[in-house]
Design a protein around this ligand. Structure first.
Ligand code: DX5
Ligand code: ZN
Length: 224
């Protein structure tokens, strides 16, 4: 499943860009919300998302913000399907994740490249999606850190052992060249920003991403 991150889209034509990637096969729209504190960049908040109206594909909010508790309700009101918070920002993770579900959304948790996967074990029953960052968040167009991929494999084992139905998603530097490594590591959902929006033909790109991101091999290729 391909989730198109609008961070690298042309914001002067945002609605057009979103329609174009949906027509080209994007399964979801990924919204990178940055506050200039947790990450050194600013993007947009709920009013802009509200302007997008109802889309034919789900929108996922990736909150790279301090105090995520202040933004859960406003993002739920925009109709986002998933709200993802960062493990590094939540002091009361169970409360926050439970609140996301109570608001009618799926609860996502993300972790930075240097954050150990073990921190997620206690919250697995409260989580629907784990978003593994393969770059340090803040900017689109960065190079994937391949050393992070074994964490996905580790997490897929942890999730399988737990028995909870948690989706593993990967974000950062995913493109036509890197997607199959992420898939072999165990990811099934891929956030792609510049790897789509900075290419000339979205249809060809997304078709290739889907072919290369599809793996029938369920045994992890990477040793942990
Ligand atoms: C990074 C964001 C990503 C970003 C990915 O902070 O969370 O979603 O848009 O962009 P690419 O695919 O260009 O690395
Ligand atoms: Zn993101």
């Amino acid at each position: 499943m391909i989730s198109a991150s609008i961070l690298s889209a042309d914001f002067s034509r945002l609605k057009e860009e979103i329609s174009a990637v949906i027509h080209a096969g994007a399964d979801r729209i990924h919204l990178d919300v940055m506050d200039g504190h947790f990450v050194p960049n600013l993007t947009f908040g709920p009013p802009i998302v509200q302007c997008l109206g109802e889309l034919p594909r789900p929108m996922d909010a990736h909150l790279m913000v301090e105090n995520p508790e202040d933004y859960l309700e406003p993002f739920a009101e925009t109709g986002c399907r998933v709200i993802t918070i960062h493990v590094e920002t939540g002091r009361h993770l169970h409360r926050l994740l439970t609140h996301i579900r109570e608001l009618g959304c799926e609860a996502g948790i993300s972790l930075n490249p240097a954050t150990p996967v073990e921190l997620l074990r206690p919250v697995l029953p409260f989580v629907d999606v784990i978003l593994v960052m393969t770059v340090n968040p803040g900017f689109g167009g960065q190079k994937m850190i391949p050393e992070v991929l074994p964490k996905i494999t580790e997490l897929s084992r942890m999730v399988a052992d737990s028995g909870y139905p948690v989706t593993l998603e990967v974000d950062g530097g995913i493109n036509r060249e890197t997607i199959s490594d992420a898939a072999h590591a165990g990811a099934t959902r891929f956030v792609v920003g510049s790897g789509i929006f900075k290419t000339p033909d979205y249809l060809t790109t997304i078709t290739t991403l889907k072919e290369r991101g599809c793996t029938t091999d369920t045994s992890p290729a990477l040793e942990v």
